[in-house]
Design a protein around this ligand. Sequence first.
Ligand SMILES: Nc1ncnc2c1ncn2[C@@H]1O[C@H](COP(=O)(O)OP(=O)(O)O)[C@@H](O)[C@H]1O
Ligand SMILES: [Mg+2]
Length: 428
Amino acid sequence: MSVELQNIKNRFGIIGNFPALNRALEKSIQVAPTDISVLVIGESGVGKEFIPKIIHAESKRKHQPYIVVNCGAIPEGTIDSELFGHEKGAFTGATATRKGYFEVADGGTIFLDEVGELPLQTQVRLLRVLESGEFMKVGSSQVQKTNVRIVAATNVNMMKAIHDGRFREDLFYRLNTVQIDMPALRERKGDIHLLFRKFAIDFAEKYRMPELELEPNAVHYIENYAFPGNIRQLRNLVEQMTVVERNRKLTAEKLAEYIPMETHLPMVVNTPNSQKQNDFGSEREIMYKILFDMRNDINDLKSLTSELIKNRGTADLSNQEKNLINRIYTPENQQAVAPNNSMLFFEDKNPAVQTPTIISNSDDHYEDFEDIEIEDDKPESLSLQNNEKDLIIKALEKHKGRRNKAADELGISQRTLYRKIKQYNLEE
Ligand SMILES: Nc1ncnc2c1ncn2[C@@H]1O[C@H](COP(=O)(O)OP(=O)(O)O)[C@@H](O)[C@H]1O
Ligand SMILES: [Mg+2]
C-alpha cells in the first residue's frame, strides 16, 4: 500500500484493506487535483461520504467551501431555491433575496448525496450549471456564474432510474465522468473483524465500559453475515451491544440474538423455518431491508427482460430463452410477490452469490408467448404493496412517527418515504 493511501486512511479514520476499497480510495486521491465530476456508487452504509471529503481535501479547492446536500431530504418544492437561491418575491415567503449553495460554494466543492432523488426540474438546472457554470436564481432572469466541483453519490440503480424516466441520461453521463464504486461490507469479509474492533474500542471509550470481544465462533458468525446495512449497521450493532451486554466476550449465540443468521436468506419469506416468529427488533429491521432489496432486484430483472424483448423482438430468441421468459409470465405464477406476475426463487442461500432461478409448474408455454404484454409501470402486485405498507407503518410506529428515522431504518430516502406515505394514505 502506498504511503499516501495509508495517510489518507489515518487522517479520515478509514479501516480496511480490501483491494476494492483501496482502489476506490486511490482513485479519489488521483482525481482530486482535477475538476472532474465524480459519481460514487454503493449500497447504503458503505462509507460513500469519505470519498467527497477526500477529494475536496486533496484538491486545490481545500480552503474553499465544502457543502453537503442531501438531495433526498430536501422537499421538492424548495430544492431549487436551496441549490440556486431565489429572488425576493419569487414565491410566497420569499421575503428577501437568498443565495443558494452553488453561489456560496463558488470555488469549492458540493457533495450531492442521494443524487438519484433529485426532481427532474432540478436536474435540468444542474445539468446547465455543470456544463456552462451558469445558473439563475429562482424567480430571476439574470444569469450568474459559479465555479463548483461536483461529487455525487447514489445507492440507487441509476440505469433503472434512467429507464423509468426518473433520471436524465445526459446528466448521468455528465456526473459520472469518473465512477467510484464502494464495495459492500459482505464482500469485505476480512475487514469485518477489524471494523468490529475499531468500533468496540470507540464505544468502550465513549460509554466508559470494558471493550467487547468476539469468541472465535462469533468472528466466524459475523464474517458470514450479509450486513444489509453495511458498516453503519455494524457500527450500530457494536454500540448497542457495548451498552447492553454484561458479558464482554460475545459468542455466536449472543450475536444471533441481534442479527439472526437465517433472516438474510433471500427467500426467507418462503422458507418454513423463517415463519416462526421471534421478538428480536433487529430481525424486523433486516426483514425490511431484504424486502426492499428483493423488490429492487425483481424490478431490475423485469426491466432487463422487457428491454431485451423490446430490442430484439421475439423472432431470434432461442427456444431456451423463449421457454425461460415464457415461464416467468405463466398464469400459474401470478400469486407471486413480484410485479408483472413473475415469481423468482433464489437457489443459492448466500445473497452475495444469489442467482435467480425461475421456476414453473408447467413445461411448454411458448404458444402463448406472443400474447405477453410488458408494461413499464404496471401496478405492483397487491401482496407486495401490502407488505410495503405494513413495513412502513411498523417503521413509523417504532420511531414514533419520526420520518427521518423511519426512512433510515427502511433504507429508503426521506422523499421516497413521503411519497409512499401519500400513496398509501398514511398521513394522520
Ligand atoms: N472503512 C470504514 N472505516 C471506518 N468507518 C467507516 C468505514 N466505512 C464507513 N464507516 C462508517 O460507517 C458509517 C456509514 O458511512 P457513510 O459514509 O455515512 O455511508 P453511506 O454514505 O455510504 O451510506 C459512518 O459512521 C462511517 O464513518
Ligand atoms: Mg450517506
